[in-house]
Design a protein around this ligand. Structure first.
Ligand SMILES: Cc1ncc(COP(=O)(O)O)c(C=O)c1O
Length: 391
């Protein structure tokens, strides 16, 4: 069999950090008596709300959905998206020119850098960040400049530290609030600063709003598009994966600046195909009708967060509670790196966690654990940590 080398572009793609974790788990010694608890993943554990599943069943029966759907998405989903943004955030959008739909937000966040960046343009983002931003930059041939996120600053970046030569060559600013991995939320004043920065430097902005619905203690995450003048510079990418436990359904969309949306749609008609019409119908149903499911999902994660963090604090491990997302960003004890502490938890407690270094150098003082488990499992995880007598 001939063996072919991948292209130079594909060789630039970083190794997927989390594949290594999966490998390690697959090759771990048999876990008799203490099964591994995997807290490293961000895959919602609860099913999609039943009314959405029923809407999907009806949509599958509709012969209209058996043919190719329109390239730019069905009219009902475009309207459902703009109605959802108007109702939820008070943001007015044109369903024809300011909406793009695709197979999950992963597609949007890897495609937008490719439609905006030329080789050598910087992708400006944060350290830590969702690792796929580095993949997106590599696919676009763009170097990354990452602004550090510090707990003292609420895990919000400081634009003042960006050097002039980087600002001059930045082709896209990519943010993600509510933030994976830190669990931080952005506020209105930070978004005003962001749009000012974009205006001063003529830089387009993308906010990855994957955890849009997941704000705790009654804090509702703000949309970047609520900021005055945001549409002149910004798009926001939304997904139904987390808001409605629909990760397997693969549905996401981008909204905002019409020139970015137009370029993205143009790219998609060449590089991607359309989304199954029944998924679009079910997504339209979810966005229009399932506000109460959102409240139930948020309450579930908040309960889990409280249980886990309260228990960890009781055993002497102090940390703030995340304000949003379904992740907790836990500072590692003195004397450990994120990797050595993750290894210790793996070997001695059979807990799989994501070492912060996987999200960037600034993540090295932390591990990320996810709340996508029942409370009994999270309690068991906390008990196993207690048994290590580290605190
Ligand atoms: C920050 C962030 N953005 C985007 C995604 C991708 O979500 P999806 O492709 O399911 O919409 C994820 C998934 O975990 C994420 O954490």
């Amino acid at each position: 069999m001939a063996v072919f080398k991948p292209s130079e572009r594909v060789k630039q793609l970083p190794v997927n950090f989390f594949n290594d974790l999966d490998e390690k788990l697959a090759h771990a010694a048999p876990d008799v008596g203490k099964p591994f608890i995997n807290l490293s993943k961000g895959n919602p554990d609860l099913p999609t709300p039943q009314p959405i599943v029923e809407a999907m069943k009806r949509a599958v029966d509709d012969p209209v959905n058996h043919a190719y759907p329109p390239f730019l998405g069905k009219e009902n989903i475009r309207r459902a998206i703009t109605d959802f943004y108007r109702r939820t955030y008070g943001v007015r959008l044109d369903p024809e020119t300011e909406v793009s739909v695709f197979h999950g937000s992963h597609i949007g966040i890897t495609a937008i850098p490719q439609v905006l960046l030329n080789p050598g343009d910087y992708l400006l983002t944060t350290d830590p960040c969702y690792p796929i931003y580095h993949s997106a930059a590599a696919l676009a041939g763009a170097p990354v400049y990452a602004m550090p996120l510090e707990a003292a600053n609420g895990f919000l970046p400081d634009y003042q530290i960006v050097p002039e030569h980087v600002k001059a060559r930045t082709g896209l600013l990519m943010l993600n609030y509510p933030n994976n991995p830190t669990g931080a939320l952005a506020n209105e004043s930070f978004y005003r600063e962001t749009i000012n920065f974009a205006k001063q430097n003529n830089i387009p902005v993308l906010n990855d709003f994957a955890y849009a619905s997941l704000g705790f203690d009654t804090r509702k995450p703000v949309s970047l598009l609520q900021t005055e003048g945001a549409k002149d510079f910004a798009v926001e990418v939304y997904t139904l994966s987390k808001t409605f436990n629909m990760a397997g359904w693969r549905f996401g969309f981008a909204v905002g600046n019409a020139s970015i949306i137009q370029a993205l749609n143009h790219y998609q008609t060449h590089a991607c195909s359309t989304v199954f019409g029944a998924v679009q119908d079910a997504a339209a149903y979810a966005l229009a009708s399932e506000a109460s499911s959102i409240r139930t999902i948020v309450a579930t994660y908040q309960k889990r967060r409280d249980l886990l963090i309260d228990r960890l604090r009781q055993i002497g491990w102090q940390m703030p509670k995340p304000a949003g997302t379904f992740f907790a960003w836990l500072p590692v004890p003195d004397g450990y790196t994120s990797q050595t502490f993750s290894d210790l938890l793996f070997e001695q407690a059979h807990l799989v966690v994501a070492p912060g270094i996987g999200f960037g150098e600034k993540g090295d003082g932390y591990i990320r654990v996810s709340l996508v488990h029942r409370t009994e499992i999270l309690e068991e995880a906390a008990e196993r940590i207690h048994a290590l007598n580290l605190f």
